[in-house]
Design a protein around this ligand. Sequence first.
Ligand SMILES: [Zn+2]
Length: 178
Amino acid sequence: MIRLAIVALFLIAFVLFWNFISSSNTRIMNKVSKISIPDSIKQNGENMDEKIVKSYEQWKSELTEEEFRILREKGTERAFTGKYWDHFETGIYTCAGCGTELFESDTKFDAGCGWPSYFQPLDKSRIIYKEDKSAGMVRTEVMCAKCGGHLGHVFDDGPEPTGLRYCINSGSMNFIKK
Ligand SMILES: [Zn+2]
């Protein structure tokens, strides 16, 4: 009887844990929907409806090896090795694939994780989100809305005002000093 109770408890714990893990994407998307930043697409001359589509060969020849591995093959740079994890100058971080302005230095914070971290994107429409169940985890992948390049992941343990942490590979971005 006790054994049965233990098995039942284990099952309940597992189900609760699984629900918690698999709903992280829903929780994150809920927070993303609450980000309030003006839609500045037109002002900055960026039109997210005009997607950039290039062949494997084209990307391969235009990007550096590291950029290609991250942006096109969803690679991840090693923590504390990228060019921006401890970079705190004032300016804009752009997509290394297409130049779209993605994040502002005002929204960057030191998360201590070894990758550049931001609590919100420069404009909501510039990021696309996708549930990612690779590597035995359920995470929310973030990509550039214009070229579809993989940038990193977003987690819901960031600071206010959004509670989000966009954990981005340095190698997927360039920096424009302001
Ligand atoms: Zn891009």
